[in-house]
Write a protein that binds this ligand. Sequence first.
Ligand code: AMP
Length: 426
Amino acid sequence: MGTEERDFKSLGVTRQFINAMEDMGYEEPTEIQKKAIPRVLSGNDLIGIAQTGTGKTAAFVVPVLQRLKFAKGVVPRAIIMEPTKELAIQTESMVRQLMTYTDLRVVVLYGGAGLKSQREALEVGTDIIVATPGRMMELYHTGYLVVQKLEVLVLDEADRLMDMGFMHQLRPILEVIPVKRQNLLFSASFSAKVEELSHEFLEYPTRVEVSPQSSTAETIDQRIYRIPNFKTKLFFLEQLLGDEEMERVLVFCRTKDRADRVFRYLERKVEGEVRVIHSNKGQNTRINAFKAFQEGEVRVLVATDVSARGIDVAKVSHVVNLDIPRTIVDYTHRIGRTGRAKHHGVAISFSDPSEKYFVKLIEELIGMEIPVFDNPEEMQIMDFLPRELREMEIEIDRQKQLRDPNYKGAFHDRKNSKKKRFGHES
Ligand code: AMP
């Protein structure tokens, strides 16, 4: 057909998994899913180089479940290895959601607790196992885990598995499981260790790769402050800018209007030149502002996501998200501008109560929790802007409706009752 657009169906995914993904809010496949799903479905061994946040888990879980199709026998036919308990639990939860419209069964095995219940679950029977190496070996050696029927073995986060000295744990397993099986290896990087593992573990693998996100670069120190409203954010930003270490600061706002307000305020209040760019300004003005910023003439550049798109800046010392982006991938674009090329960077985000929801989505996307810092004691809490509180309430209500389709919405009910609005006067 010659078109680049490929939906799940054209990748070969069957209805019951498409339905499950629809329930999970997946509208179209991610890049790694487009590349990996058809290849895994064809039965080949595969190396997938992709970071957390790219959708790589579903990229292997969906075709593996599709291969297993329906519940069969007692002993597992697929094993997914994970380096940590947390990852094992997360992956198991994704497997469960994706298998909603099948009768497939999954059991998760990890150390620390629940040995007895894990044994029992294995005795009852399962089709797929998600496991950390230690507990898996323990259950294997004690005879509870039978691997003779294994058809698929997945090593997820293989680079981390290798760092944990996983190879000598794996070898004895490889010796007993059927030779004729499908092997999949996923890793954030293709390090020497992973390459070695791939020689030992895979047979004529295809390799697929998606470009790493600059976002989760290890050189970026990310943090969040919880701040009640716009004016408080502004005052706090001014306070932060009292620190000379903040020498080249990119400040992101949600709208042009907010960017202009921030600019007008900072211009009067802080040391060093401040400029603003947004889509009302012409392309040249924007490029010049970036150039001046790059050359160190401008200390603080205030921007919106749209205005900053496609413009590259090296060496930004700090990115400040005055507002959390609602298009969550913008978070990774924004913070990718600091900490470049091994320069240490800092990304500071201010989150008001209506933005907590987006922080959570971002954390899922980047696969980590962003540390929340305590507000300094001397932080001045300012008034809300006109309509600001109400807008926040409406937004929080909208989020509730998104999460719970049965929730009718507070505003819906109270349209005609002006007096009882969340206990606020005015
Ligand atoms: P992962 O890289 O597997 O850790 O996935 C990162 C996040 O992306 C998870 O929250 C997934 O639920 C989500 N995700 C995976 N595939 C898709 C998709 N096709 N569309 C939307 N979200 C997705």
